[in-house]
Design a protein around this ligand. Structure first.
Ligand SMILES: *Cc1c(COP(=O)(O)O)cnc(C)c1O
Length: 345
């Protein structure tokens, strides 16, 4: 058992959070004269639900977990930042994370003045639990893992993830932004088994809603409670909550997008492998592919010149020569392949 209360920063434990009008009076009936809202321009005149009750109820059904295990944020970026602020004492505690991975963990750590210790993955982008556990000391509060990983696209070895969760006494944040594209299930089903596990997911990728900014953190109710305690009272606006509620009724559409993207990924992978410019196509469980080329800067600029924008990841650890390509629509992918066919080094 992890003693979550003991991991929380002292000032956060003793904090008296802001109590909003909509938190003190939760009803949606009556004459609302408590929040200095404008009586005109309904429903946008009203502050939104601070705990997003309806949205969480629907997400709990779709994700098959309890409402008490869900935190919703302004993208996954919000829980990433809040977890650091809740658990890491600036210039004292530290975070251990795998490298390469998503850049936001380090940025959020740097902003909060929390040391961020990077531990290299293997050459095949795999996680070795012992490498990370060796970097842990008494001041390590969080370990960040990402599976399928960005920018490499691979799933992390399940046994290695479990080893870290079992042997680390702080919190393990497992970012599953791309899990809907993966052949393997994620760790949401194991949430009850691992009290120190936080799973991050998002509406930005498979759900096709990057613009509405909606991210999810799933964890033990004690962890959810501390995130709720320190978040902005009305962190999710009404438009986002309404929009997501509506789209959650049409899961079939999302499932079809996922099938489409995965089948396009297979086609793109096959075609890329046939091209002389592509030296290597890395296996992917995400909605993007990492490829290796001889001269990434030249290929990047060549494509840019044709108004095809990919991500140059060649300066990232273990990713020398690599470009990251998002799976687009069938037409977009065809245009990409056609352009790469005509690249001559
Ligand atoms: C895209 C992505 C996210 C999504 O972040 P949002 O703030 O929810 O848009 C999270 N983690 C990783 C690894 C990503 O690549």
């Amino acid at each position: 058992m992890t003693d979550i209360q003991k991991l929380i920063r002292k000032n956060i434990l003793t904090l008296h959070p802001y109590s909003s009008a909509r938190e003190e009076y939760k009803g949606d009936e009556g004459i609302l004269l408590d929040a200095n809202e404008n009586p005109f321009n309904g429903p946008y005149n009203r502050y939104p639900d601070p705990v997003q009750k309806s949205l969480k109820a629907k997400i709990s059904v779709v994700k098959n977990c309890s409402v008490e295990n869900i935190f919703l944020g302004n993208g996954s970026d919000e829980p990433i930042d809040l977890l650091i602020r809740a658990f890491c004492e600036p210039s004292e505690d530290n975070i251990v994370a795998m490298d390469p991975t998503y850049g936001m963990y380090q940025v959020a750590a740097d902003i909060n003045n929390v040391e961020y210790k990077k531990v290299l993955l293997t050459e095949s982008f795999q996680l070795e639990a012992d490498r990370l556990l060796n970097a842990v000391n008494k001041k390590t509060k969080l370990i960040f893992l990402c599976s399928p990983n960005n920018p490499t696209g691979n799933l992390l070895d399940r046994e290695q993830i479990i080893k870290i969760i079992n042997e680390f006494s702080g919190l393990v944040i497992l970012d599953e932004a791309y899990i809907d594209f993966s052949i393997q299930p994620g760790f949401l089903v194991n949430l009850k088994t691992y009290q120190n596990l936080v799973v991050l997911q998002t509406f930005s990728k498979a759900w096709g809603m990057a613009s509405i900014r909606l991210g999810m953190a799933f964890a033990d109710p004690q962890i959810i409670a501390v995130l709720n305690k320190i978040k902005y009272p009305y962190n999710l606006n009404l438009l986002t909550q309404q929009f997501a509620l509506k789209d959650l009724d049409n899961i079939e559409r999302v499932e079809n997008w996922i099938k489409n993207i995965i089948s396009q990924k297979l086609i793109l992978t096959t075609k890329l492998k046939e091209l002389p410019v592509i030296q290597k196509v890395y296996p992917s469980n995400a909605n993007f592919i990492l490829v290796k080329v001889e001269n990434p800067d030249r290929v990047y600029k060549y494509l840019l010149n044709k108004k095809i924008i990919v991500r140059n990841r060649s300066s990232v650890s273990l990713c020398i020569g690599c470009l990251r390509i998002t799976i687009g629509s069938e037409d977009e992918n065809k245009i990409l392949i056609d352009a790469l066919k005509h690249f001559n080094g």
